[in-house]
Design a binder for this molecule. Structure first.
Ligand SMILES: Cc1cc2nc3c(=O)[nH]c(=O)nc-3n(C[C@H](O)[C@H](O)[C@H](O)COP(=O)(O)OP(=O)(O)OC[C@H]3O[C@@H](n4cnc5c(N)ncnc54)[C@H](O)[C@@H]3O)c2cc1C
Length: 307
């Protein structure tokens, strides 16, 4: 570890409300099961501890990398030099006030969906079965079945340079799997969604149906990071990958799912290098056959020469 990082570690050790892990392998913190170690992994258990960590790291050369439940990331085999802050696990808490449901960023999106249904609130059913945290869902503008977070998010509270800032929906500049926050080095710590009244039975039933559909179509029992490519205009990435003859294509332990061609699955000990090579092969084949440049949806975390 570099001198500056050792000094940062020593400062962070004294901070209450933080779990600090050194040389922590990141693969177990992801749904893909891929990724080398982080020099330091911090898990804040309360918002003030996260703010304090940001302030202690303010003069550090590279900003911290944030992680939710790691369901949309591909992490380098070399891991991440510097500090990773995992928002999942520590920052939890849910509250309902009329039609507005507020969730801490580390809450699982599924817990949010089910609390909404229990509370007689509808409008989040599109998110049934999307893994990950509330924070990750806001940052990525997660969506499915014609719905996306942008339709329901009222505001998000973000820890930026040791201070809390509230962004309303407009300011978050949502786009397709995009938000302003993807280009800012801050952590979503809390967000609120505005929903509409709905019968708990009907809403739970709808969540269940959407989950069933997902299980029938996607390789949900295998390790993956969700859809690898974004939807190209007027088409579907999975259709193009399949039509290019890539379904089932395998490189080491990384394979294009035989169930859904827009998923790469880790069959055992896949490396990030294998996944990247498979992505490149698929891109080339799709481009050569259909003239479409597929863009990756999965977030690369590590050195900048990745996806
Ligand atoms: C089987 C499967 C199915 C999926 N289906 C869908 C789907 O239908 N629709 C869809 O949109 N997605 C889908 N995904 C992808 C993924 O679940 C979502 O993007 C999810 O919202 C990511 O949340 P996360 O907490 O896991 O984020 P992570 O994967 O941990 O992080 C994703 C990005 O957000 C950043 N980040 C995470 N949390 C924070 C935070 N609190 N503050 C600042 N930055 C943060 C990370 O740095 C990273 O850049 C699927 C994934 C899997 C494995």
């Amino acid at each position: 570890m570099k001198q500056a990082l050792l000094a940062a570690r020593d400062r962070l050790r004294g901070q209450a409300g933080l779990t600090l892990l050194e040389h922590e392998p990141l693969a177990p913190h992801t749904s893909f099961g891929i990724g080398g170690p982080a020099d330091l992994l911090l898990i804040p258990h309360e918002i003030p501890a996260l703010l304090a960590a940001q302030r202690l790291l303010a003069d550090f050369e590279s900003p911290p990398v944030y992680l939710g439940l790691g369901t949309n990331v591909l992490i380098s085999d070399a891991g991440i030099r510097g500090v990773v802050i995992k928002v999942a696990q520590g920052l939890v808490g849910l509250a309902v006030d009329g039609p507005v449901l507020t969730a801490a960023a580390g809450e699982s999106l599924q817990a949010v969906c089910h609390l909404a249904a229990d509370a007689g609130l509808a409008g989040l059913e599109f998110a049934g079965g999307i893994p990950g945290t509330m924070g990750g869902a806001v940052l990525m503008n997660a969506g499915a079945h014609g719905g996306e977070m942008a339709q329901v998010v009222e505001w998000a509270e973000v820890a930026l340079d040791g201070e809390l800032q509230r962004f309303d929906r407009e300011a978050l500049q949502f786009g397709y799997r995009q938000s302003l926050l993807r280009s800012r080095s801050g952590a979503v710590v809390r967000a609120a969604v505005r929903l509409v009244p709905g019968s708990p039975e009907v809403t739970h039933q709808r969540l269940y149906e959407i989950l069933e559909r997902r299980c029938a179509r996607q390789p949900v029992t295998q390790r993956s990071a969700g859809c690898i490519f974004k939807r190209p205009p007027g088409d579907f990435a999975g259709r193009l990958v399949e039509a290019a003859g890539c379904k089932g294509l395998r490189l080491g332990d990384a394979a294009i799912s035989t169930k859904h061609a827009n998923f790469i699955v880790n069959l055992g000990n896949a490396s990030a290098r294998e996944v990247l090579a498979l992505i490149e092969t698929v891109r080339e084949r799709v481009y050569d056959q259909f003239g479409v440049s597929l863009e990756t949806e999965v977030c690369w975390l590590g050195e900048s020469d990745g996806v």
